[in-house]
Design a protein around this ligand. Structure first.
Ligand SMILES: C[S@@+](CC[C@H](N)C(=O)[O-])C[C@H]1O[C@@H](n2cnc3c(N)ncnc32)[C@H](O)[C@@H]1O
Length: 332
């Protein structure tokens, strides 16, 4: 019973910190007959968790989470610890004040990998004319794939296209042994947000040039890269892409030509000694197929890779809409 409740509390902690959608949480897994001490632990590991106190996640999420937790505890236990009601009321009081706040934090924590990433993100899916100021499930799925296939990026120069908040690249840099990481996006606002997020997560980062950081002997560059202008890109010294990463960039077919041309351009300057890992959220199968067909016309081939199943994943993401991961190489 103790082990079951500890594991439930632990899982709920990581799910809460990254704002895992409430409908994805397995509320039925709540162990019956939790003690008062365990009610307290539930709150200390979620609403009162130090990361959340320092860098709060979305208040509306916290409120709905606590409401749901309260309902579950009331259903399964004779009495609920006061701390649960108190936390709910405390968050309720913060709701009105929070409505003007455009940003909140999310925490992607996995102690077994020594990963703890705190990102400030927009609360809206579209802000400042971009979808990149919040992180998307494909990015978490790709990060999970990379940490489970750690050799893929070890010692490599890695370019991320449309990196948004920098979630995937940041996790890869933290635990995949990347030699040189270049995070790019077409939006200036995304680059600024990435800078802020990088500096929060890598306290040891020293800026060696504008937008270039040295972190424990590895290099990280943050550059604006609009796919349609890839040939104008000033590549950082010593960087030549071994691997291209991209997550959730295949949704708008009006940019497919510029995106595939950018991919083609990078492969060409590397004499095709390069591969790409793409994570796509399949909102519309037809749109994805259109993109893959376009890649085929440019002499690329792709293999679909296994996405980490929920019971083996390191990070949580909403699986309501499937994510597919592709390894893309040039046909030989
Ligand atoms: C849905 S977001 C995905 C962000 C991030 N990869 C993630 O999964 O969390 C798409 C990203 O592609 C970027 N993007 C869209 N069109 C672009 C273009 N033509 N050139 C460069 N970046 C672009 C956007 O700014 C945005 O950051």
């Amino acid at each position: 019973m103790k082990e079951e409740s500890e594991s439930f509390i632990d899982t709920l902690k990581y799910q809460f910190l990254c704002c895992y959608p409430l409908h994805c949480i397995d509320w039925d897994a709540i162990p019956k007959g939790l003690t008062w001490e365990q009610h307290k632990q539930l709150i200390e590991n979620t609403a009162l968790q130090p990361l959340n106190k320092k860098y709060p996640i979305k208040i509306s999420y916290q409120l709905n989470f606590l409401k749901r937790l309260l309902q579950q505890l009331e259903k399964h236990c004779d009495e609920v610890h006061d701390i649960v009601y108190e936390s709910y009321c405390a968050v309720q009081q913060r709701v009105a004040k929070d409505t003007t706040e455009k940003y909140a934090y999310k925490h992607y924590v996995q102690p077994s990998l020594d990963v703890s990433i705190t990102l400030r993100e927009s609360k809206s899916f579209v802000a400042e004319g971009t979808t990149g100021l919040c992180s998307w499930q494909a990015s978490i799925a790709l990060a999970d794939y990379l940490v489970q296939n750690i050799k893929l990026l070890r010692g490599k120069c890695v370019l991320e296209l449309g990196a948004g908040t920098g979630l995937c690249g940041t996790i890869a840099l933290q635990c995949c042994g990347v030699r040189h990481m270049l995070l790019t996006d077409g939006s200036h606002e995304c680059i600024e947000l990435m800078k802020e997020n990088v500096l929060r997560n890598f306290r040891e980062a020293s800026e060696v040039n504008d937008g270039e950081y040295e972190i424990k002997g590895k290099l990280l560059n943050l550059c604006k890269l609009e796919w349609g202008s890839v040939s104008d890109m000033k590549w950082p010294n010593g960087f030549s892409a071994d691997v291209i990463l991209a997550a959730d960039v295949v949704y708008d077919d009006t940019v497919f030509d510029s995106l595939t041309n950018a991919i083609n351009y990078v492969f060409k300057i590397r004499d095709d000694k390069c591969e790409m890992l793409l994570a796509a959220t399949v909102r519309n199968e037809h749109t994805l197929n259109k993109f893959l067909n376009l890649l085929s016309t440019l002499d690329f081939q792709y293999i679909e890779k296994d996405v980490m199943p929920l019971d083996k994943c390191n990070f949580y993401w909403d699986r309501t809409t499937p994510v597919k991961i592709f390894q893309i190489t040039r046909k030989s």
